[in-house]
Design a protein around this ligand. Structure first.
Ligand SMILES: [Cu+2]
Length: 113
């Protein structure tokens, strides 16, 4: 039985759109980076401009945050034991970030193509 949406409609239009979009179309997507065991996982992510990265963390009693380095700034709320923070990357480039309470040990980066 295929998946059905509200009112039992088949969810086929999205599939048809994806095919019609051709190879050059890029549907914006969101990748998740999880902060767990005092590490960003994965620590390096490659995405396409227009995509988003969603940080998510719940690491027992250990508080974390996400803070960028360099010119392209982003920053989550101050360190908490659980939280999420989503950043959309409109421009290509390399973005690096860290966790303030663990800045000596936790770092990550994105390559945005
Ligand atoms: Cu941390």
């Amino acid at each position: 039985m295929p998946n059905t949406g509200p009112k039992g409609l088949l969810i086929l239009p999205a599939v048809a759109l994806a095919i019609a979009g051709g190879a050059s179309a890029h549907a914006a997507s969101t990748k998740t980076v999880t902060l767990k065991d005092i590490a960003f996982k994965p620590a390096r992510v490659t995405i396409t401009h227009g995509d988003s990265v969603r940080f998510s963390w719940r690491d027992g009693d250990v508080p974390h945050d996400v803070t960028s380095t360099g010119k392209r700034r982003f920053r989550s709320a101050k360190a908490r034991t659980s939280g999420t923070h989503t950043v959309r990357f409109a421009k290509a480039g390399t973005y690096t970030y860290f966790c303030v309470p663990h800045q000596s040990s936790i770092h990550g980066s994105f390559k945005v193509a």
